[in-house]
Design a protein around this ligand. Structure first.
Ligand SMILES: NC(=O)c1ccc[n+]([C@@H]2O[C@H](COP(=O)([O-])OP(=O)(O)OC[C@H]3O[C@@H](n4cnc5c(N)ncnc54)[C@H](OP(=O)(O)O)[C@@H]3O)[C@@H](O)[C@H]2O)c1
Length: 382
């Protein structure tokens, strides 16, 4: 894909109209409404973060679509990562935003406030930037919801507060509470100009947590494997590349409001999830569906270390992966096939050093999986 500046600078100016039309069919005939977004809406974007996991995907997506990108971080995780393509500003979200003063951007994407201090960090940055940006896009989380028992779920469901989820004195805010109060801080500082995106598990290449990665790796290894539940529990996650596309689109279109960042629409049953992962990565596993309550009795909770991605769709989590995403799809969310996410994640995983691959952080160790399968079969035969 062309970078907009490259294309306009060295492309259209240098090329005759006819040859440009040949290169980009429809370009010259396109009305503004039809024109590709990366040609029609160059934006100056400030990304709070820009390194870490989501950040580089965000930066690459914005650059690819022709936007001008500035990143702000402490310069610790990956200084100079993007070379001259990106302006880097150094500071600290806790107490040093001097580098942001006296500047202007069209929109800011805040993807680095994830600690218990998130409300203070967001208050500080949104107040500092309120006259410097038109739009504040805050990457929040699905963990802000107080009650996930409704089916379907929507973004207007109640979120965590100190009243519905008190925190014992002296304890830090939980992740979900901190994000919920950070959302409020953004709205308070820039009323009507905030976009909140609440992702579920963010997955894909470069995700260092291994939470989704376990499944493509395990399926590709083959043999008999534990498939949790009965196959009917749903999954809604997001490929990091789809998340950043959605965020950049929301900035290009100046779309305000609160959106979930997950897919697919309505969720995907776990049986289909595994089957799509297998289509993406190959392998010849046999799935033994093991009851979630049995696994819990054995010390393995849904969404816990050994059972990442998997959640049971009943009781308080009945709607955990049953979101109706109609508003998100209308606002530009696109979800790539699970096969592609699984294939690309495994391809990335295989580029990691052998020691890293040997130390996958989630899922069952092979011996434990075999032990549980034997126990489950004995239980069933009683
Ligand atoms: N991973 C998931 O499944 C998931 C799910 C839902 C929501 N989210 C949200 O998605 C967002 C992105 O996640 P992530 O894992 O990529 O990001 P992250 O680890 O929360 O943030 C990393 C970025 O923050 C910068 N940073 C850290 N401390 C800083 C400070 N004191 N001042 C300035 N910059 C600082 C880092 O650069 P330096 O170290 O150089 O400062 C880096 O650029 C987060 O807000 C997270 O809560 C994640």
């Amino acid at each position: 894909m062309y970078n907009r500046r490259e294309f306009l600078g060295t492309g259209l100016a240098a090329l005759g109209a006819a040859s440009a039309a040949t290169l980009v069919p429809g370009l010259l005939r396109a009305t503004p409404a039809e024109a590709p977004r990366w040609l029609s809406a160059p934006r100056k974007l400030l990304i709070l973060g820009g390194t870490g996991f989501v950040g580089p995907h965000d930066v690459r997506e914005a650059l690819e679509r022709g936007h001008e990108v500035t990143i702000f971080n402490r310069g610790r995780s990956a200084p100079g990562m993007f070379g001259k393509d990106v302006e880097e500003l150094a500071g600290d979200r806790a107490n040093d935003l001097r580098a942001l003063r006296g500047r202007k951007w069209d929109a800011v994407i805040d993807e680095s406030a994830s600690l218990a201090s998130a409300p203070e960090w967001v208050k500080l940055s949104a107040e500092t930037l309120r006259d410097a940006v038109d739009q504040y896009l805050f990457i929040s989380t699905r963990s802000v919801y107080h009650d996930l028992s409704a089916v379907p779920m929507h973004s207007n469901a109640p979120v965590l507060t100190l009243e519905n989820s008190p925190v014992p004195a002296g304890q830090p805010l939980s992740y979900g509470l901190a994000k919920a109060y950070a959302e409020k801080a953004a709205h308070a500082a820039m009323p009507g100009r905030v976009t909140v995106v609440r992702p579920g598990l963010i997955v894909g290449p470069e995700d260092d947590t291994d939470r989704f990665t376990y499944w493509p790796v395990r399926v590709a290894r083959g043999g008999e494997m534990i498939a949790p539940g009965d196959g009917s529990d749903h999954v809604q996650i997001i490929d990091v590349r789809d998340l950043v596309k959605f965020c950049v689109t929301l900035c290009e279109n100046r779309t305000f409001g609160v959106f979930n960042g997950i897919g697919p629409q309505g969720g995907m049953p776990f049986r289909e999830f595994l089957s799509r992962v297998q289509k993406g990565v190959g392998g010849n596993p046999t799935y033994t569906w093991v009851d979630a309550d049995f696994l819990r009795e054995q010390g393995h909770n849904p969404y816990g270390r050994e059972l990442p991605v998997f959640q049971v769709m009943r009781g308080r989590t009945a709607g955990f992966a049953r979101f109706d995403l109609t508003p998100e799809l209308k606002a530009g969310l696109t979800i790539r096939p699970m096969e592609e996410t699984a294939r690309d994640t495994l391809a990335w995983w295989k580029t990691l050093p052998a020691e890293r691959q040997a130390g996958i952080k989630t899922g069952f160790r092979p011996e434990r999986e075999a032990e549980l399968l034997a126990l489950w079969k004995t239980r069933k035969s009683r």
